[in-house]
Design a protein around this ligand. Structure first.
Ligand SMILES: [Zn+2]
Length: 754
């Protein structure tokens, strides 16, 4: 929907300088962050490497509200045969099971002969979710394939939990409630549906039969084989069979059962079937059309980019009303309804943008996560940091109007830097072992810092070399588990081949450099100050937070000066080593210098008063001389440095006086975000009024330049316009009242109902 309204033009003009503001900075050197996740934990929280599962043959009867004789509503009865071998002789089988009842086990050898078992025992450390099944006598031998036959009964959760197998629902246009059974197995929830070796590195194939009431449709990781067939002895029930999956981790196991319809992607967009499933109304109204074609385009883009061939038979995506966001299950990606359904008639560009972003993330996971999987949750950034980083690239390729490469600074780098200086930060390579710890590491660090570190590596290696290294990594580790050292090996080989190692600090390689970024929390503050009358500058690194630690980083530094032409790439001009606090750089006296061009490095930069003033002057004279990405990070650094007490807030506000000339949404976004913080420090109505008078003319200019009533705006431009107007409204200018009502109405109208 386009915005059509009359916005009263605000008085143009406004003061050059900003109103005074005092803030109470937090102590400059905060105490050492409390060390979390350090309680002693038994290393036996992981299954040892004895177990090598190869196939799961699974049959699940899914009972919703209408239970046949002998069954209980909202349960799932499973039979599973797990084929496995062992690496060493054992006299007891250990695997995962949690919250299951009706457990029964039988073990056979390759010839189908029973091997007698003793009764199973639940591990006394119940948080491990281990079951031990001792053999009655004798041992299992390496090299022999055994089959464990297990029966179990699981609950379909309907207490608000949205993991394992759970109940969701939607309302029809007639007000009837329709049920959905949906799965969410990441990170450790398949064990709540059936017994299994539930760790990401223990990949196996899955062959599935689902038994359910005839009125529903079932979708799963594999492709449906033929039509559902009536289940003998169970009138009104059918069985769907699905093709066997490729080797995949247990956390990607997925199915849904619902009265759904689907739409198929346009022919020619992707070589395999791509479908989007949702309620009959949504599909009839065309709400899946945008996302289904987007999914197909992204599959094609990533396959071409990484020289891969999406290996499963098809890609289904389906909506689930109750879901935190989305899950990349191989062959069946599941999304919360509003993250997949889009209406060109009523949806705002922000909704379309959110869909593009999350679909790109989930499709990127098909390589990073599904094809190559982190060996253990401690390196989950290999899944999430890559999917997040690649989602920006994917959207830029298939929906460039959203300009995600630029949003990446606001959406990933800036929140990651903020989180990484707080008490909850942790190293990218974490130490999670228990279920609670594993959950806690699906964090801003794993997603957004992971993405930002990838962007930094891409910058110092160059795009071509980074891509080459990633292609090698995917090829070498496909269908396997990976550790970050595997990634580093392939990036290093690509760097050697492309002659990039000559740009590294002497005696280092990719691993030496990146270990300083992935094995410790925090990031550097880089200071730049005029060193001598000759103008050369002193560049130094220190810890931005957690200052008691002695550890530093290998910091890649690009340099832009007042007279230098734009940089051709982001290969570092110089490095600071992890045992080097300072270096110098020649600069002309009286001319500005800026580090970290386009903010490709994961650190903050603070200039001394003289250089800050020169940069401020440049912004007022001609901001275009400094790139928008450098401008946005300068602002974000300076506001955060002010909150931390490194500089006075006036110094940060001085950098906004040129905003009458600022057209870039990525720079404005910092001001939108920071002023939410700053308004807390404005105690009087007069003070708020003064800031309103200071900013509204600047907003007005930006709105007029972007086209206040331009009906052709799409993508990032339209989102920027909405944000400008929204912010003007939040400043409570009377001119906004009419628009605010319209915006509120549109928000309500455009919410896609489940
Ligand atoms: Zn993800």
């Amino acid at each position: 929907m386009k915005i059509t309204f009359l916005f009263l033009l605000l008085a143009v003009g406004g003061s050059i300088s900003h109103p005074p503001l005092q803030i109470e900075p937090s102590p400059r050197f905060r105490p050492v962050n409390p060390v979390k996740h350090k309680a002693p934990v038994s290393p036996l929280y992981r299954l040892n490497d004895t177990w090598i599962p190869s196939t799961y043959v699974v049959e699940i009867k899914v009972v919703l509200d209408n239970a046949p004789a002998g069954e209980v509503p909202y349960t799932a009865r499973s039979r599973v045969q797990i084929s496995f071998t062992v690496k060493e002789r054992v006299n007891s089988i250990t695997l995962h099971a949690n919250l299951l009842t009706g457990l029964a086990f039988r073990l056979t050898n390759e010839a189908g002969v029973d091997i007698p078992l003793s009764p199973y025992v639940v591990d006394k450390e119940v948080e491990k979710h281990f079951l031990h099944i001792p053999l009655l006598s004798g041992v299992l031998e390496p090299g022999v394939t055994y089959k464990l036959h297990a029966e179990s009964l699981a609950s379909i959760f309907r207490d608000g939990r949205t993991n394992a197998l759970y109940l969701s629902s939607y309302l029809t246009e007639f007000g009837d409630t329709k049920l959905i059974a949906a799965t969410q197995m990441e990170a450790y929830h398949l064990r709540q549906l059936l017994p299994c070796f539930d760790e990401p590195d223990l990949k196996a194939t899955f062959t599935l039969d689902l038994i359910y009431e005839t009125k529903y449709k079932a979708i799963a990781n594999g492709e449906t084989i033929g039509q559902p067939i009536p289940e003998p002895g169970l009138v009104g029930w059918v069985r769907s069979k699905f093709t066997t999956t490729l080797k995949m981790p247990t956390y990607l196991f997925a199915f849904t059962i619902a009265e759904y319809e689907y739409v198929t992607a346009d022919a020619g967009l992707f070589a395999k079937p791509v479908r989007v499933w949702s309620t009959p109304n949504h599909i009839r109204d065309g709400l899946g059309n945008y996302s289904v074609n987007l999914t197909a385009k992204l599959l094609s883009f990533f396959d071409t980019f990484f020289n891969t061939t999406y290996p499963m038979e098809k890609v289904d995506s389906a909506t689930v009303t109750h879901k935190s966001s989305a899950m990349e299950n191989w062959g069946l990606i599941l999304y919360r309804t509003d993250l997949l359904m889009y209406s060109p008639l009523v949806s705002l560009e922000t909704s379309k943008n959110a869909i593009a972003s999350i679909v790109s993330h989930e499709v990127a996971h098909q390589n990073f996560g599904n094809l190559v999987t982190c060996k253990w949750w401690s390196e989950i950034w290999l899944n999430e940091g890559f999917a997040t980083y690649l989602s920006y690239m994917g959207v830029d390729a298939v929906a460039p109007e959203f300009r995600h490469g630029e949003w990446q600074l606001n959406d990933a780098l800036q929140p990651a830097l903020a989180y990484d200086s707080g008490p909850d930060s942790h190293p990218l390579k974490n130490s999670g072992l228990t279920p609670a710890e594993i959950d806690s590491y699906f964090s801003t660090i794993t997603y957004e810092k992971g993405a930002s570190i990838n962007r930094m590596v891409e910058a110092f290696l160059t795009k071509e070399t980074f891509k080459k290294g990633l292609i090698r990594y995917l090829e070498a580790k496909k269908f396997l588990g990976a550790e970050q050292d595997d990634l580093f090996v392939h990036l290093q080989q690509a760097a050697v081949e492309d002659g990039r190692v000559s740009t590294f600090p002497p005696g280092t390689d990719v691993k030496t450099i990146l270990d300083t970024w992935t094995t410790q929390a925090g990031h550097p503050l880089v200071r730049v100050s005029v060193h001598s009358v000759h103008g050369d500058v002193l560049i130094s690194q220190e810890r931005y937070s957690d200052t008691n630690s002695p550890n530093l980083w290998y910091v890649p530094i690009t340099v832009v000066t007042q007279d230098s032409p734009p940089l051709p790439n982001h290969v570092p001009t110089l490095w600071l080593s992890n045992n080097q606090r300072t270096t110098t750089y020649d600069n002309f006296p009286g001319k500005w210098i800026m580090l970290n061009a386009d903010a490709t490095g994961f650190y903050r930069v603070l200039y001394d008063a003289e250089l800050t003033l020169l940069i401020q002057r440049q912004l007022r004279n001609d901001p275009s001389k400094i790139s928008p990405l450098s401008r946005t990070q300068l602002l974000d650094d300076y506001f955060n440095l002010a909150y931390k007490g490194f500089i006075n807030i006036d110094t940060a506000l001085d950098l906004t006086t040129y905003f009458g000339q600022e057209d870039s949404f990525t720079v404005w976004e910092v001001v939108f975000n920071q002023f939410r913080n700053l308004y807390k420090f404005m105690e009087t109505a007069e003070q708020r009024d003064a800031f309103t008078k200071y900013f509204l003319p600047k907003i007005d200019r930006a709105l007029r330049r972007i086209g206040l009533e331009n009906e052709e705006l799409v993508g990032a431009d339209e989102i920027f316009r909405m944000k400008l107007i929204d912010w003007a409204c939040s400043l409570k200018h009377p001119a906004c009242l009419e628009y605010a009502q319209e915006l509120y109405f549109m928000w309500n109208e455009t919410r896609i109902n489940p």
